[in-house]
Design a protein around this ligand. Structure first.
Ligand code: GCO
Ligand code: MG
Length: 409
């Protein structure tokens, strides 16, 4: 089964997406997500100039060899751009293989270990009334696990808190990347944050009870000892996880956090390689692997990471914001069903215009996501509709402390 063509489709239905579309000589088409939020054109160029010319004529069924060819053959290894490009190729070839076999991808990966993937949604509020409304909205939407992000007194805008009531007006989610000429600059104050967050979870627990799984994203902003302090302060509220408590590239820093708190830790949405996890997993410093198929080198690579994680009792918690395309989301859901050490799946509903371009078959019911039993990933790309939404440069915000020091966003 030879690859006859591969094209890179950049489109902006609600936000920018980069999709690789691979077609075999017998007309089977596979899709891969290569979206890297705020740096989309870098991945498009990498694919278009350095990968697509190598794909045409290759055996589409040789997934592992193609992965190794693109990873080792580039000489320059790892990094978000390279691994997003490899992810798109890998995912497209898995899509093709499953379509050719006439089965959903999860069946090729070993079949289902569960009836569906527990999802969590993003509730947020600038203050408690707004936050409570947003949590109620998510419960009505059917979520059984909810991420809680809150405004901080004294700060105008904070990561993860939609700018309008109930978490984003008519839709509960928000798009952090904005089409401005320069990145929006937000302000941050860790001490104000550390003072405020425990009181928010105290209020949420007393309003919604002790059992609702609650998650919180620290978004890389704390030092290890600050993260240890927050983890300890949140223990009475029994979080499902505290995410990105500290920048994860300093893997050893998690030892300090682990020494001080039993709050479960999740990390890895900005990682792109299994090598980013060796200390974290080998020393059981985290409880959930946050990587997405799209940013970690594809289905092949993420399955390898999750099998490595399983050795140490660590579970999946795949990244699933709206900047993971429906193609990347579908790929995640197939893995979510097939791996034994599944933990939870992040799920932000895509904008209606996104779903005009990407025709999905995955479902969300009773708090669970399912990829469907359609052949392959179960997603079709409407190329004509994609052409109606031209690329629009957009940047993620940057963050500064009160004195102007650039801080992690
Ligand atoms: C999450 C992430 C996102 C990122 C976004 C960046 O937990 O979903 O932290 O909110 O900020 O995906 O592109
Ligand atoms: Mg996050």
């Amino acid at each position: 089964m030879r690859i006859a063509a591969a094209e890179v489709v950049v489109t902006c239905p609600g936000r920018n997406f980069v999709t690789l579309r691979v077609t075999t000589e017998d007309g089977i088409t596979g899709l891969g997500d290569a979206t890297l939020n705020g740096r989309e054109l870098a991945v498009e160029a990498y694919l278009r100039e350095h990968v697509v010319p190598l794909l045409v004529g290759r055996d589409a069924s040789a997934i592992e060899d193609t992965w190794q060819y693109l990873y080792r053959g580039a000489y320059w290894r790892r990094g978000p751009v390279t691994m997003a490009a490899i992810a798109a190729v890998d995912t497209a070839l898995w899509d093709i293989k499953a379509r050719a076999a006439g089965m959903p991808l999860y069946q090729l990966l070993g079949g289902a270990c569960r009836v569906g993937a527990l999802a969590y949604g993003h509730a947020s509020g600038r203050d408690l009334p707004e936050l409570f409304d947003s949590i109620r909205l998510h419960l009505e939407l059917g979520f059984r696990a909810i991420r809680v992000q809150t405004g901080i007194p004294g700060l105008d805008t904070v990561y993860g808190v939609a700018a309008s009531a109930a978490g984003g007006g008519d839709r509960y989610d928000y798009e952090p990347a904005r089409p401005t000429a320069l990145p929006v600059e937000e302000s941050w104050d860790t001490r104000a944050y550390l003072r405020h967050v425990p009181s928010v979870f105290e209020a949420v627990r007393s309003e919604f009870g002790p059992s609702l799984p609650l998650l919180h994203d620290g978004h890389h902003r704390m030092t290890p000892i600050e993260a240890a302090r927050l983890g300890k302060a949140l223990e009475p509220y029994d979080l499902f996880w505290l995410e990105d408590a500290t920048p994860g590239e300093d893997q050893a820093a998690l030892r300090l956090i682990r020494q001080h708190t039993t709050t479960p830790l999740a990390i890895g949405e900005v990682f792109n390689s299994i090598h980013d996890y060796t200390t974290l997993l080998g020393e059981r410093l985290i409880d959930y692997v946050r990587s997405a198929v799209t940013h970690t080198g594809g289905v092949t690579a993420l399955k390898r990471v999750l099998d490595f994680a399983a050795v140490y009792g660590v579970k999946s918690g795949m990244h699933g914001p709206t900047d993971i395309s429906p193609v990347g989301m579908a790929a995640a859901l197939h893995l979510d069903l097939a791996v034994h050490n599944f933990g939870i799946q992040e799920y932000m509903r895509h904008a209606p215009e996104t779903l005009e371009v990407f025709r999905t078959s995955y479902t969300f019911a009773d708090g669970l996501l399912h990829p469907s039993d359609a052949p392959g990933l179960g997603v079709e790309l409407d190329v004509a509709a994609a052409a109606r939404f031209p690329y629009r440069a957009a940047y993620l915000p940057v963050n500064r402390l009160a004195d102007g020091t650039l801080h992690d966003w």
